[in-house]
Design a binder for this molecule. Structure first.
Ligand code: HEM
Length: 310
C-alpha cells in the first residue's frame, strides 16, 4: 500500500473513533505535534519504583527483605489481575480458564522457587537485628494475599475448621470474617481478645475485605468453575491446572515460607518468636491449617493427608 493511502486509511479510522465520542479529530492531531516522545524510564516509572525501598536500619540485608516483599506484592497484583479476568468473563470456557490458571500458577511457582532469596539471601545475624524494628508487623498483613484467597474459593473453604459447621451461605459476612482461618494467628477465641497484629490489620482493611468478600462471593474461581458445562468441568488440562494452583499456593509456597521462617526464628540467636506474635509453627503449617481452595478436586486420601510428608 502507498504511504498516502495508508495515511488516508488511518485518518479515516481516527475520525470514526473520535466522532463516536464527540471529539474533533483535528484537536487530537494537533496534540500529537507537541506530545513528548516516550522513554523507557517514563513508561516503566523506574524513578518512582526505585525510590520505594526505604530501610529502617543501617543493616544492608534489610534491603533484600524490603525489595523481595515488594516484588511479591507486584506479583500478587498480577495474580489478582488474571483472576479478575476469569471472574468477569462472559463466555467462559475450559480453554480460556486453563490458560489463565496456568498464568496465575506460573507467578506462584516463581514466588515459591525464589523463596530461597529469603532463606539464604540474608545473613541470619542481620535479620535477627533488623526484625526488632519490624515488630508488630508481619507479611501476615499483606492485603493482596488475603484478596487472592477470597477471589480463589468459596468463603467456607477459608473458615477455621473448628467453626465450619456453624457457617453457611446465609451467615452474615461480618460473622464469617470473625471465623476466617487466619484469625487464629492473633485471636483468643475464649476471651475474643485480638493481638495488635490483627487489630491493626483489621483497622486498615476490614471494610475493604468485607466488600471484596461480597463481590467475589458469586464470581470466585471455584464458583466460576462450577458454572462451566459439565464437560468443561471434566477437562483434564483444566482440572490439572486447578490442582496445581491449589497445591502450589496452599502447600508448596506455604512450606517454602515456613522453612524460611524456621531458618531465622529457630537460628538460636533470638527469642524464637514471630514478629507478628503468632504461635507460628502450629499456625503456619499446612497440615494444621488445611487451607484448600478446591477440595472437590482432591480424593479423600489426598485431603486426609494434606500437607503431610513434605
Ligand atoms: C525471612 C522471611 C520471612 C519470615 C521469617 C516470615 C515469618 C512469618 C511468620 C512467623 C508469620 C506468622 C505470623 C506472625 O506471627 O508474624 C508469617 C505470616 C505470613 N507471611 Fe511471612 N515471613 C517471611 C517472608 C515473607 C514473604 C517474603 C512474604 C510475601 C509477601 C510473606 C507473607 C506472609 C503471609 C501472607 C503470612 C500469612 C500466612 C497465613 O496466614 O497463613 N512472608 N510470616
Amino acid at each position: 500500500m502507498q504511504d498516502s493511502q495508508l495515511f488516508d486509511d488511518i485518518i479515516k479510522q481516527l475520525q470514526e473513533k473520535y466522532t463516536k465520542i464527540d471529539q474533533d479529530t483535528d484537536d487530537h492531531l494537533y496534540g500529537l505535534l507537541y506530545s513528548k516522545p516516550i522513554t523507557y524510564w517514563d513508561y516503566i516509572q523506574t524513578d518512582a519504583l526505585l525510590n520505594l525501598q526505604i530501610q529502617r536500619t543501617t543493616l544492608p540485608d534489610e534491603m533484600v527483605f524490603i525489595a523481595y516483599h515488594q516484588i511479591n506484592e507486584l506479583i500478587f497484583k498480577m495474580i489478582l489481575w488474571e483472576i479478575e479476568q476469569v471472574a468477569s468473563k462472559d463466555d467462559l470456557n475450559a480453554e480460556y480458564f486453563e490458560s489463565k490458571i496456568m498464568r496465575i500458577s506460573r507467578y506462584f511457582d516463581m514466588l515459591t522457587t525464589s523463596f530461597n532469596i529469603m532463606r539464604e539471601g540474608m545473613e541470619v545475624q542481620q535479620y535477627m537485628k533488623f526484625r526488632y524494628t519490624l515488630t508488630p508487623a508481619s507479611g501476615f498483613q499483606s492485603a493482596q494475599y488475603r484478596m487472592i484467597e477470597f477471589a480463589s474459593t468459596e468463603l467456607i473453604n477459608l473458615i477455621d475448621f473448628r467453626f465450619r459447621k456453624t457457617i453457611d451461605r446465609n451467615t452474615p459476612f461480618e460473622h464469617a470474617f470473625e471465623h476466617l482461618y487466619w484469625q487464629a494467628a492473633g485471636k483468643d477465641y475464649n476471651t475474643g481478645k485480638k493481638s495488635t497484629l490483627l487489630v491493626n490489620f483489621e483497622k486498615r482493611y476490614k471494610g475493604d475485605f468485607i466488600r471484596f468478600m461480597q463481590t467475589y462471593n458469586t464470581k470466585n474461581l471455584w464458583t466460576r468453575f462450577k458454572e462451566l458445562p459439565k464437560q468443561d468441568q471434566q477437562d483434564k488440562d483444566l482440572v490439572k491446572a486447578m490442582r496445581h494452583y491449589d497445591y502450589t499456593v496452599n502447600v508448596t509456597w506455604v512450606m517454602a515460607h515456613y522453612n524460611a521462617a524456621k531458618h531465622y526464628i529457630e537460628s538460636g540467636t533470638g527469642d524464637g518468636e514471630a514478629t507478628g506474635g503468632s504461635d507460628w509453627k502450629k499456625y503456619m503449617h499446612p497440615k494444621y491449617q488445611r487451607r484448600i481452595f478446591f477440595p472437590e478436586l482432591w480424593s479423600e486420601d489426598e485431603l486426609n493427608n494434606w500437607g503431610e510428608n513434605i
